[in-house]
Design a protein around this ligand. Structure first.
Ligand code: DC
Length: 218
């Protein structure tokens, strides 16, 4: 059966999450925030005090973890029955996620967990390698980006709104560092799929980006 998929890849803070959620709502399709799977594993790794270099232990943690997603309103995630939603957005979680995401064995274990989201009537999948690896045959592919400066400002605003303490310079450095790591890794690096539509959201509103993606689907 051919279940349609729209992939929205790009660096962190480009607006993928908000845009993907809105598109999924408009179409009545399912939504996969693949970064939250890497972030959940990062929380499992931090909880178990596993060293980020200990590939075997991280792979084991990935195989053992049980995740429950509730995407109805705000994304809520349970890791082994414990609600970890509030910890997902923390910078520590994102940085650890980016480090463990560079390990090919870890990506292999998480592949099926992501593919399982492809259900009728369709899926909007957001991440780094949705269009290049996980859903290579997707019907529609988008690469959504924005300047590092703009992305850092957005992340800063998001954190402050959530009541989380934040520092703009540190966030800018973290974002640049994370971009470098996500782009330089040998397995499934962050790259634009050949058949993806490039959208730079630096000077666009969310609605304008959504409209561009909807035009592609129409
Ligand atoms: O999108 P995000 O910031 O929640 O993702 C957190 C990290 O997870 C990101 O720095 C790299 C990794 N990731 C990945 O390697 N592949 C994906 N499809 C999604 C996220």
């Amino acid at each position: 059966m051919n279940i349609p998929v729209i992939t929205i890849d790009g660096p962190s803070g480009a607006g993928k999450g908000t845009v993907s959620r809105l598109i999924a709502q408009k179409l009545g399709w399912h939504y996969l925030d693949s970064g939250s799977i890497y972030r959940s594993l990062a929380i499992a790794v931090l909880n178990q005090n596993i060293n980020v270099d200990d590939v075997q232990a991280i792979v084991l943690a990935a195989q053992k973890m049980s995740l429950q997603f509730d995407c109805s309103d705000q994304l809520r995630v349970k890791l082994d029955a414990q609600d970890i939603s509030e910890r997902l957005a923390l910078e520590e979680t994102g940085n650890t996620a980016s480090m463990i995401a560079a390990v090919p064995e870890v990506r292999a274990v998480l592949l099926q967990k992501q593919k399982d989201f492809q259900k009728l009537p369709g899926l909007v999948a957001d991440g780094r390698d949705m269009g290049t690896v996980v859903f290579k045959d997707a019907l529609y592919k988008v690469f959504l980006t924005a300047s590092a400066e703009e992305r850092a400002k957005r992340r800063y605003k998001q954190l402050i709104e959530k009541g989380i303490d934040a520092n703009l310079d540190r966030i800018t450095n973290d974002i640049e560092e994370r971009d470098r790591r996500d782009q330089a890794r040998s397995t499934a690096p962050l790259v634009q799929a050949e058949d993806a539509l490039l959208i730079d959201s630096s000077t666009l509103t969310i609605d304008q980006v959504v409209e561009k993606v909807m035009n592609l689907v129409r």
